[in-house]
Design a protein around this ligand. Sequence first.
Ligand code: RB5
Length: 156
Amino acid sequence: MIAVGSDHAGYHLKNIVIQYLKRNNYEVKDFGTCDACSVDYPDFGQAVAEAVSRGECEKGIIICGTGIGISISANKVPGIRAALCTDTYMARLSREHNDANILAIGGRVVGPGLALDIVETWLKSQFLGGRHKARIEKIHQIEKKYMKVDGGLTDE
Ligand code: RB5
């Protein structure tokens, strides 16, 4: 299951991404927004990130105008590695080296054709493990140092 969410600036591209995912037989959970009215990107970054962090969705795709605000928001949720990608090289490496579990895209930065290439590359690329695994573990240690709870979310 792929969690998808955007603010108003990403709404149009979100619809295109959802259509693409469904056409390619991915299961999709749409966390909104539901129209082009102005909303706050942290709400949608958080909703997608929590679904991924809890294991309800395997991966997530989030979109705002630049992809910056929504990726910053998602990365505050424990266990989330959201990668903002503007090309297919970044998309591939974010999976192979960083084991990114959320892809962030800027709906005002990349056109729909490139965005779908980024999505396809990101979904098809696999984490390489090995030396990269130890680095992911170091990221987890940073998270642990600053969080009261070790990994995942509590029900509070
Ligand atoms: C909304 O105007 C815009 O600020 C938002 O979509 C995003 O680009 C923030 O990082």
